[in-house]
Design a protein around this ligand. Structure first.
Ligand code: SF4
Length: 395
């Protein structure tokens, strides 16, 4: 498994797979073809179907050059390897000089056709699943945070990550107005935050904080993929509310972030964090699982209780569909963030009341999530051709 640094990426929303990944790919292609005078980029599958709402064409043109770039939406073409394919063509004096087929596989990561999804640039961690990690920790008498520290030099980077998360929340908490796009959706974080200031409760702060990031993401603001942009409000809300409401120490929060990152890494390595591949269970479900692990660590859970909290959170998001209205990362995405952060808190509180033993392991539930995702109709995997995306809504 890669470093946690590759899970928590800092960048512009609204989508890690539809904005950050394509932007990264366009930058790589541009650097290889600095002498090109024209670019064409074909978008396939989910990237074509929800690319407009997710600003995929905008970011590609912005990166390669507005004037010299054409983006085509090929709605009927999808590669079995992954639904988020895109192909770049570079021209010089009307002559094709280079082409590149690449896939944006979730969380801002790129892969080439048929490249193993489990390859990583560097295997930082010697173990690949939770069972082996728990066994190792037991033998070595380590917490899960100690485990991350032993193999991944990530403390300073996570400080930057947490600062970015908190900055984004504070911008969102203090911003009113309407989000861009056809839905003309009003921001709600500020209203709920004001209610929190009038009469403080943990849940009001949690909801407001999760909404703050989700709304900033929908607005194209800076977020941290946790593990994706669409689900980027869940984990930061748990950390921020713990700091502000319970005055939890930064040192504890950074360790909790390590544990959350480890959980996200295991899901990413053994399953998927891509809504286009497995539906929203891979995004909000994974974020909820990471946040549950984070909260369980904060409230003093042992390794087994943390594993149980993560498992509960992922299990009870199984089958969650991805059917964003008008292809925007707004409905149902924004509301899912506060709801998932509350579920994460519940999962942790519940797990800590047990001895951590349970029947279905975290590793097994990742396999179930992956199988469920493969079986889900493509209508519910970030294509906006079914479910909520096809209902009449109050505008
Ligand atoms: S429904 Fe979930 S997976 Fe789909 S775009 Fe929204 S947050 Fe991402």
């Amino acid at each position: 498994m890669d470093s946690i640094k590759n899970l928590f990426k800092i960048g512009y929303g609204p989508s890690s797979s539809h904005t950050m990944g394509p932007q990264k790919a366009a930058k790589i292609f541009l650097e290889k073809n600095l002498n090109a005078d024209k670019f064409i980029c074909d978008l396939y599958g989910s990237l074509a179907l929800t690319g407009k709402g997710h600003l995929t064409d905008y970011i590609i043109k912005k990166t390669l050059g507005e004037e010299r770039t054409i983006v085509n939406f090929l709605y009927d073409k999808t590669y079995d390897y992954h639904p988020n394919g895109l192909k770049f063509y570079a021209y010089k004096d009307n002559k094709l000089i280079d082409e590149w087929l690449v896939f944006s596989v979730g969380g801002g990561d790129l892969k080439e056709l048929n490249e193993s999804r489990k390859t990583s640039t560097k295997d930082i961690y010697p173990h690949k699943n939770m069972r082996d990690i728990l066994e190792y920790c037991k033998k070595e008498n380590l917490t899960l945070a100690d485990y991350v520290k032993r193999f991944d030099d990530v403390t300073d980077y996570l400080k930057e990550v947490m600062n970015t998360m908190f900055n984004t929340i504070e911008i969102g908490l203090n911003t009113k107005g309407t989000l861009p796009g056809s839905l003309k959706l009003n921001r709600r974080a500020n209203d709920i935050y004001l209610k929190y200031l009038e009469n403080k409760s943990f849940s009001k702060l949690l909801y407001a904080s999760a909404l703050a990031t989700a709304e900033e993401n929908a607005n194209g603001g800076i977020v941290v993929t946790s593990p994706t942009c669409g689900a980027s409000g869940v984990l930061p809300a748990v950390l921020y509310s713990s700091k502000i409401y319970h005055h939890t120490d930064d040192e504890v929060l950074i360790k909790a972030l390590m544990v959350a990152g480890l959980v996200g890494n295991i899901i990413k390595f053994n399953g998927s964090i891509s809504g286009a591949e497995v539906g929203c269970q891979g995004e909000i479900g994974s974020a909820c699982s990471m946040a549950a692990a984070c909260q369980a660590y904060i409230i003093g859970g042992n390794n087994y209780q943390i594993e149980y909290a993560s498992e509960i959170a992922l299990e009870h998001n199984l089958g969650l569909t991805c059917d964003p209205i008008d292809g925007l990362v707004q409905i149902p995405c924004i509301e899912r963030n506060p709801l998932a952060s509350a579920k994460a808190i519940d999962a942790a509180n519940y797990a800590i009341l047990t001895d951590g033993t349970h029947r279905v392991s975290f590793d097994e539930i990742i396999k179930v999530m992956m199988e469920t995702g493969i079986d889900l109709s493509s209508k519910y995997k970030e294509t906006s051709i079914g479910g909520l995306a096809k209902r009449e809504i109050n505008k």
